[in-house]
Design a protein around this ligand. Structure first.
Ligand code: HEM
Length: 412
């Protein structure tokens, strides 16, 4: 479980040791805030023992993650990793490819994730949300919103978006969410990676026996069959879609519900004007970034940045939350403000590996939060905010439970 440190450290010892204590209620970790102000290219020791350079300024992240002098080929066994045999060991998935291979593989699935394309999932999210809220109404009050809503909704929606055949729904429920600790050691990390790989292989085998479907996995299977992408690229990318489509959206739905309950003055205008839900979701995505540090890029040659030499072979990681809290770009970043003008784009990364699911995450989050608070405008925490059980040692940092209560008989 996590410790939170509300006060910024004075002069921490370097390298910093990852994972970092979180900021209060998921605010930017104080060590990241310190690095952003004082050490923009900051050495960090990872749980694996690897040393990496951490970037925390929005402009640096945008520049370095788009710089061809850095590579994303992480599937070499010697590559430095944050924790053990993590998902970056899966060969030739989108995460681990450089252009032009990366461009070729991404183009097979990108059409399913445009803003227009994901619009068709709104009804799906809304109808599963309503089912879960009905079940919540019939169950105990208070209840745990993570168990009853945020993690189940992800599962019900994503199994349809990604086309998990019905015979494997139980498997899908068992494997996801996948929240093993990044400090648990290489064996546990490797076991989890293997479990998700085995699940992906079962889905692919089952989908090959079934009629073709017009969805991301269907497109990957067709592209592998006609030789546009290799079998390995198809597998690695399917694996990645299952992985990123799981905990990655449980986390903002949970933190989003939390922050709106903690800030009734921000929730009120959104309830009064439902047209504000996309902006509220955007502000949740800006305010929290549930993956504190993303996966690294590796320098192909020596690169100078802020007087530091990033040597060829060194790994560089970024805090996307630092980018969306960068005071050079965002006024009062610590203020949660549903009407702010700055967007959350930087939460989804930069450069060629910019998040494929950004529009889906936005639509999902706005729809899921709206359904929740329209059903229960009186929703509030059933514990003191300092007793919310955050974990900072999982890849998608979030409260692992969120006890909530509501007034019975509030309008639907
Ligand atoms: C709020 C939720 C999400 C956040 C904050 C998020 C954030 C990110 C970030 C920062 C990256 C870049 C990582 C890097 O540079 O390595 C990324 C990549 C990616 N995301 Fe997301 N993501 C979210 C939801 C999703 C969803 C729902 C999906 C789809 C199922 C998805 C699919 C992907 C994929 C496939 C990549 C790799 C793209 C590539 O390598 O070209 N993400 N995401």
């Amino acid at each position: 479980m996590t410790a939170t440190t509300p006060t910024p450290p004075q002069e921490p010892a370097l390298p910093l040791s990852y994972p970092f204590p979180l900021g209060e209620n998921g605010q930017l970790p104080p060590l990241i805030r310190w690095a952003q102000a004082n050490q923009p290219v900051c050495p960090v020791a990872m749980p694996s023992g690897a040393r990496m350079w951490m970037l925390t300024r929005k402009d640096d992240i945008a520049r370095i993650f788009a710089d061809p002098r850095f590579s994303r080929k992480l599937d070499d066994p010697a590559t430095p990793r944050i924790a053990g045999q993590d998902i970056t060991t899966v060969g030739r998935g989108l995460f681990s490819l450089d252009p032009p291979d990366h461009t070729r593989v991404k183009s097979v699935v990108s059409g399913f994730f445009t803003r227009r394309a994901v619009g068709r999932y709104e009804t799906l999210v809304r109808s599963h949300a309503a089912e879960l809220l009905d079940a919540m109404d019939d169950g105990p009050n208070p209840c745990d919103l993570v168990a009853g809503y945020t993690s189940l909704l992800q599962m019900l929606v994503m199994r349809e978006v990604l086309g998990v055949p019905e015979e494997l729904w139980e498997d899908h429920r068992r494997v996801f969410p996948s929240a093993s600790s990044i400090t648990a050691g290489p064996q546990e990390t490797a076991t989890e990676t293997e479990e998700i790989k085995a699940f992906t292989a079962r889905v692919i085998a089952a989908r090959r026996r079934l009629p073709e479907r017009e969805d991301p996995l269907g497109a990957l299977l067709r592209a592998a069959a006609d030789g546009t992408i290799s079998e390995e690229e198809m597998f690695g990318t399917a694996f990645l879609l299952f992985f990123t489509g799981s905990d990655g959206i449980i986390a903002p739905t949970t933190t989003g519900a939390m922050i709106l309950m903690l800030n009734p003055s921000q929730l009120r205008p959104v309830l009064d004007d439902p047209g504000l839900w996309p902006k509220a979701a955007e502000e949740v995505l800006r305010y929290f970034h549930n993956g504190v540090l993303g996966f690294p890029v590796i320098a192909r040659e020596d690169v100078e940045l802020h007087g530091v030499t990033i040597a060829a072979g060194d790994a560089v990681v970024a805090s996307m939350q630092a980018a969306t809290w960068d005071p050079r770009h965002v006024n009062n970043p610590e203020k949660f403000n549903v009407r702010r003008r700055e967007d959350a784009a930087a939460t989804f990364g930069a450069g060629p590996h910019y998040c494929l699911g950004a529009q889906l995450a936005r639509l999902y989050l706005a729809t899921a939060l709206r359904a929740l608070f329209e059903r229960h405008p009186s929703l509030r925490l059933a514990v003191a905010e300092q007793d919310i059980p955050w974990r900072n040692d999982i890849m998608f940092v979030r409260p692992v439970a969120l006890p909530v209560t509501w007034s019975e008989g509030t309008p639907a």
